[in-house]
Design a protein around this ligand. Structure first.
Ligand code: PMP
Length: 410
């Protein structure tokens, strides 16, 4: 045994008692099995990355201003990228976000961490959707948040319940993924979006909009983001935070996200970021800035939207054909996920975790839905990602899922 292994256990920070390693991580260990079709990941398809465009942008970043691309930079972000991101948001309806209204973050994951750091004291209440993004649950819990869940249906978070919860709990903030949610796939209606912004103003509650998927729509654009809509609801911008990301549309490996927040909060988040990573990789930022400036994004988006739309459709059709009454789901209108509920029809299994085990035996993987609930898990749910699997394999994967469900019900 090495000296290290023999030494006394490390006295870890108490905050770590609030979180456990994710159940999903355990499942991912099984994915190495040969021949497995995986609907488990939350990744975009690497085969769809615009490698040529990114290569050109990286070369341009080195050619035009190598010093800036390779030197330390400002914590707020590389100014040409902040300008491009401001223009990118304007192209999607948020026309009045100045470059100085945002900071660049190391993925939107860091924006969430900075929000945890700047806003959450132990015991503070935060309202999140049930279900919501697992890393958000873990991150906010790490800062000691008490999470309260608002239910989500086909129209997004239930705003009537949200109003009651806000009035009852007076949360520090509300965290929503209004467009093509992870894992719900749900998209909040325009009416509900307006209502959320009105509620933010009326109850003086901060609302965080996490929007990494809004660009990945299939047939028609989703309703405007809360950020874009805030221009129509007086006073709401001062209550709104918006997290954006290039991960799902360009490349998660670049680790480029951004945070739009009211000035006082943005200043504190910037201070915390300084202590954390000083700044997001200047090379990645310069590359992203050149990519956006080259005007390649619209074509890239058009291409990936079409491919994901066909995969989503293949999954929806296959689920209907192979599993029929045994599952209930809303076909997604964008994003990467189909959120499925096991109905138990015909005596079939209603436990997502049990089905996940059977499914691995049949050669298909997915993530059971329960871990995505901060409380009161719905164990009959599953998250299926169609993003990285071609249509024929999607059909085969769903056939295997149906076989697993037959075994699970015996
Ligand atoms: N928010 C949501 C809802 C996500 O699904 C993800 C990625 N899975 C992130 C934030 C973080 O993405 P990134 O840090 O790559 O921008």
């Amino acid at each position: 045994m090495s000296d290290f292994a023999a030494s006394a256990p490390v006295r870890l920070a108490e905050r770590l008692n609030n979180v456990e390693t994710s159940a999903i991580r355990e499942l991912f260990k099984l994915l190495g099995k040969p021949g497995i079709i995986s609907f488990a990941g939350g990744f975009p398809d690497a085969a769809l990355f615009d490698v040529e465009g990114i290569r050109e942008a990286a070369l341009a970043a080195l050619a035009s201003n190598p010093g800036a691309a390779l030197q330390y930079g400002a914590t707020e972000g590389f100014d040409p990228l902040r300008e491009q991101l401001s223009a990118f948001m304007a192209s999607k309806g948020a026309v009045d976000v100045a470059p100085t209204d945002l900071i660049v973050t190391t993925g939107s994951q860091q924006a969430l961490d900075l929000l945890g750091k700047t806003l959450i004291s132990p015991g503070d209440k935060v309202i999140v959707e049930g279900p919501t993004f697992l890393a958000t649950i873990q991150c906010f819990k790490l800062y000691g948040a008490e999470l309260i869940t608002v239910p989500v249906d086909g129209q997004g978070a239930d705003v009537e319940v949200l109003q009651r919860l806000i009035e009852q709990h007076r949360p520090k903030f509300v965290y929503l993924i209004p467009t093509f949610g992870n894992p719900s796939g749900a998209t909040m209606s325009l009416q509900r979006r307006r209502r959320v912004l009105e509620l933010a103003v009326q109850t003086a509650t901060l609302v965080v909009e996490d929007d990494p998927y809004g660009d990945l729509y299939f047939d028609a654009p989703p309703p405007p983001s809360l950020l874009a809509l805030s221009a129509q609801v007086p006073g709401s911008r001062a209550r709104l935070v918006h997290c954006g990301s290039l991960s799902k549309v360009l490349s998660p490996g670049l680790r480029v996200g951004w945070l739009v927040a009211p000035p006082a909060l943005l200043a504190k988040a910037t201070m915390c970021k300084q202590f954390s990573d000083a700044h997001t990789s200047t090379f990645a930022q310069a590359t992203a800035a050149h990519y956006l400036a080259a005007g390649r994004m619209p074509a890239t988006l058009a291409r990936v939207r079409g491919i994901y739309a066909r995969r989503a459709d293949a999954m929806v059709q296959a689920l209907q054909a192979e599993l029929g009454e045994a599952v209930a789901f809303e076909p997604p209108r964008g994003g990467l996920f189909v959120w499925v509920r096991l109905t138990g029809a015909g005596g079939t299994c209603t436990d997502g975790a049990e089905l996940a085990q059977r499914a691995i035996e049949q050669g298909v993987a997915f993530v059971p839905g329960a871990p995505f609930f901060a409380r009161d898990p719905d164990r009959a749910t599953l998250r299926l990602s169609f993003a990285t699997v071609d249509e024929a394999r999607i059909r085969e994967g769903v056939r295997r899922l149906a076989a697993a469900l037959r075994i699970c019900s015996i």
